[in-house]
Each structure stands twice: as C-alpha cells, then as structure tokens.
Write a protein that binds this ligand. Sequence first.
Ligand SMILES: [Zn+2]
Ligand SMILES: [Zn+2]
Length: 114
Amino acid sequence: MNIMGRKEIQRKYDVSEKGIARRKKHAFSKKGALVQRRYDASKKRKMDKRKAYLLLVLNSPEKIKARSLARKLPIKPCSVKGCKKVGHKHHEDYLKPLDVIYFCNRHHQQIHHE
Ligand SMILES: [Zn+2]
Ligand SMILES: [Zn+2]
C-alpha cells in the first residue's frame, strides 16, 4: 500500500506543518539553546573586549597615550632589587608617559594590588 520511499516520506515530513514545528522545537530545545548560548557567549566576549577598550579610550585617554608613547622606550629588567626578570613598563603617572618603572609580571601585579 505504501508506495512512497523513505526519502519521499522524509521530504514530505520536512515541509509538513508537523515537520516545521518539530524543527522549531529543536531550535528552542536544550541542545539548540546551548549551541545558541555558546555562540552568544563568544560574541559577547568579543563585544566586551571591544567595549572595555572603548571605555578605556573614553575614560583614560591619557593611559592609552602614555602606553603608546612608552612603546618607544627600551625594554629593561625588573627594577626590584635581586629580580632579574624582564620588566614591563609601569606608569606612576600617565601624564608623564616617559616616566616608567620596570617591573616583571609578578612585581607589577604586586604594585597594582597594593
Ligand atoms: Zn602598571
Ligand atoms: Zn620582578
């Protein structure tokens, strides 16, 4: 009695209301939502990074300026006595962009968390 092949049935099902409803349901299903959420999260992370940068430019333009000016300065070792690690430029005052102190990662973090 059934002369339609499975493919034909599947195709008919795909365009039937029931099939469309099922696929819609999948989009809102847990798995579908998870995929969507992951996508949103990665998009959000990108946006947040961009937003953070824009905020930095807006709120502390002198910081950006100081950083770019300090880029010309040579790299020196950490200024903490006895520490021989490569230093990062630390600004005490962003309005004096060329006044930098060199700190390695660890000591730099210490300075900022004091
Ligand atoms: Zn610093
Ligand atoms: Zn150090």
